[in-house]
Design a binder for this molecule. Structure first.
Ligand code: ATP
Length: 410
């Protein structure tokens, strides 16, 4: 085997693959480091499975693939199987083999012709069955297992091949959420100990959470390659999947998250101002965004979670320093936003002395909609001052509704 450096356990250069004169992969260049956990993402038909099969030697493509510095064509099938294992998408096993026999099949590159599996082969197979929680299924015929159990048995088989490179094609397609995440947990653990994992993944949130690097494919080409936050951008998703997706860091989980707007409402010309805080405006801002409204928001206290929502939905907002009363300048701007808006929505927010001026500003609304899920008294931390003003506002309001009724007034 030629020497190779860990920066390129898999080197792919100018890879092209066609079936019946149809180009399936076009000019793929990809260098994969040892210990990388790569998520191959992209729409149906992008070429993910085809690329995995090229790396596994099943598809003979034009171009260059080196595994550990050696051209893939120089490997015998058995030697390549000691380096690269592929877990196929939706594998069906027609014969009722017991699960242990299936897992032992992963040892095939190591077992000499006409020889039976050794004690060590059994030990390795059983260890991987324990690891994937399938040990109790040893004797069960694979044809009588649930899709999820079979998938975990096949994962154990893949691990039993003991390769430095593992390719997974939609490994969690039929798994319930417990095992879905677990296969990615295992894969991450493996990658941390130096195994290289390349997985075709449809769930973009899972891909972002577990993978160290994402490769976005479309129509047989790589269109983006990098850290999850570099690849999962609204622009890339819109371009490749044709969806209106917003990508943001979820403040609760701290993970990259996606919001997909399937609503096709056209842009509305009316301006809406939203007074909120403490998370009370999040759902309102989302609905306004989905309905195509041009909205402004505030005044929020710095660090308020509603700011995240306004940012995700690309809305202008006013913010005041934390633990500080709304200044004259910000108050004046709030009034100006309110006067410019056809509708002002007062959210079901808590009131304190610091945000009290939001209520005063609401007196300037052209059309005030109050969202009241809980009585104001229960959210008033101003010794009744806020409740008194709130009641005045209620008398002038065009509508007092609950959050669930918001769609009726928009
Ligand atoms: N045996 C085949 N004969 C003809 N075309 C094929 C064959 N296998 C794949 N293709 C075509 O190659 C393209 C890429 O398919 P591939 O399965 O690699 O995509 P994919 O990104 O893995 O899709 P999915 O997410 O649906 O699994 C598709 O247009 C597909 O129709």
């Amino acid at each position: 085997m030629d020497g190779y450096n860990a920066d390129s356990i898999i080197e792919i250069k100018d890879l092209n693959y066609s079936i019946n004169n149809k180009e399936i992969l076009k000019g793929i260049d990809l260098n994969i480091k040892a210990g990388d956990f790569i998520g191959l993402i992209g729409p149906n038909g992008a070429g993910k499975t085809t690329l995995l099969k090229c790396i596994n030697g099943l598809n003979k493509a034009d171009g260059h693939i080196k595994i550990k510095g050696t051209d893939i064509n120089k490997y015998t099938e058995r030697l390549l199987a000691k380096e690269v294992a592929l877990m196929h998408q939706n594998t069906t096993v027609g014969f009722p083999f017991p699960a242990l026999d299936i897992v032992l099949m992963g040892r095939y590159p190591y077992i000499k012709r006409f020889r039976a599996e050794s004690k060590e082969d059994y030990t390795i197979a059983r260890r991987n069955m324990d690891y994937t929680h399938t040990g109790r299924l040893e004797e069960s015929p694979v044809t009588e297992m649930s899709g999820g159990e079979r998938q975990r048995v096949l994962f154990a088989k893949t691990l039993t091949q003991e390769t430095d490179i593992i390719l997974l094609d939609e490994p969690t397609a039929s798994l319930d959420i417990t095992y879905q995440e677990q296969i990615f947990e295992y894969s991450r653990e493996l990658s941390l100990t130096g195994t290289t994992v390349v997985a075709a993944i449809h769930d973009l949130k899972i891909a972002a959470r577990y993978c160290t690097r994402l490769v976005l494919m479309n129509c047989g080409e790589i269109v983006a390659d990098g850290f999850p936050q570099e690849v999962l951008t609204s622009e890339n998703l819109s371009c490749v999947y044709g969806i209106n997706a917003l990508v943001y860091k979820n403040r609760i989980t701290g993970l990259l998250d996606l919001y997909i707007n399937r609503d096709t409402a056209g842009k509305k010309s009316e301006l809406v101002h939203v007074i909120g805080g403490g998370g009370s405006a999040a759902g309102v801002l989302r609905q306004l965004y989905e309905q195509g409204y041009n909205a402004t928001a505030g005044v929020f206290s710095q660090g308020d979670s509603d700011i995240g929502s306004a940012e995700v939905f690309g809305m202008k907002y006013l913010v005041e320093k934390p633990f500080t009363e709304i200044s004259d300048e910000i108050h004046a701007r709030n009034i100006s936003y309110i006067k410019d808006s056809e509708i002002t929505i007062l959210c079901n927010m808590p009131f304190g002395f610091q945000n009290f001026r939001n209520l005063e500003a609401a007196l300037n609304a052209n059309k005030l909609v109050i969202i009241e899920d809980e009585l104001p008294e229960t959210r008033d931390f101003t010794d009744g001052k806020a409740t008194a003003l709130y009641k005045r506002l209620k008398e002038t309001a065009a509508a007092v509704i609950t959050s669930a009724q918001l769609h009726e007034v928009l």
